[in-house]
Write a protein that binds this ligand. Sequence first.
Ligand SMILES: NC(=O)c1ccc[n+]([C@@H]2O[C@H](COP(=O)([O-])OP(=O)(O)OC[C@H]3O[C@@H](n4cnc5c(N)ncnc54)[C@H](O)[C@@H]3O)[C@@H](O)[C@H]2O)c1
Length: 256
Amino acid sequence: MRQRRTNMQIWDFEGKTAVITGAAQGIGKMVAEGIVRGGGKAIILDLNEEKAKATAEELGNGSCAYRVDLGSCANIREVMAKVIEENKRIDVVVNCGGIVSRTFFEDLTDEEWQRVHRINLDGTFAMCSSVFRHFKENGGGRIVNVASVAGKIGGGLMGRAAYASSKAAVIGLTKAIAKEGGRYNICCNAVCPALTKTPMTSALDEEANNRIISMIPLGRAAEPYEPAQMILFFASEAASFVNGEIGDVDGGLVLD
Ligand SMILES: NC(=O)c1ccc[n+]([C@@H]2O[C@H](COP(=O)([O-])OP(=O)(O)OC[C@H]3O[C@@H](n4cnc5c(N)ncnc54)[C@H](O)[C@@H]3O)[C@@H](O)[C@H]2O)c1
């Protein structure tokens, strides 16, 4: 662990390369920043190529960006093959990219249900799957999936049925990969944030925002660096014996 700068703990990523999806903005961007502050290289994968490139440039230390559509497993496999070929060795994958669905269950269409699961669940599956063999050949690696408290409590904060279902499935997938990956020194953990101040939640009106905050014992929303800190811990060697853990960063909301 290196020295503390600003309010974010610095974990050691010296000589490590991390792929972070959805890192053009929000929580993912803070994770990418933490990787670089720890001495590592961040590879940003995002649908928003322009923003992803600007973030990589801002971070420096050899960081780079690739456009990916998490809604297409074929595109993910193609991009990840290129990422591995061009960067030689990947040590960490953080699956942060995702979308929210606020539609009530009774109004949910097949299209919205499928789109949310395609991006949040299938996208996470294809990312993990496309790096698993590489990690196995390299003697190990670390995966951190970003789920949500919605996956534990059936939504109801911001995301509803489709979102909650996709994130609950990410939690199950995380545990399964942890079980199968352990023998290859592949660790897979997940982080469940609650309300965090990012572009994703900026659409909430004051009433909805206050209603959600009233459910959180700490009585406030998280800053993006707060879930990022737990993600970085799980991604670092400091968590070398942590595998299959689902960590809540929720101000005391779930308490399980
Ligand atoms: N903000 C919260 O309150 C909160 C709470 C719980 C969980 N989460 C989870 O944390 C993660 C990050 O959320 P955030 O708040 O930073 O969101 P955000 O909307 O600010 O950022 C999400 C990023 O994902 C990218 N993305 C979206 N769809 C994509 C696709 N099809 N292909 C590639 N990239 C795509 C976006 O371009 C964006 O850069 C998400 O998985 C989200 O579900 C967020």
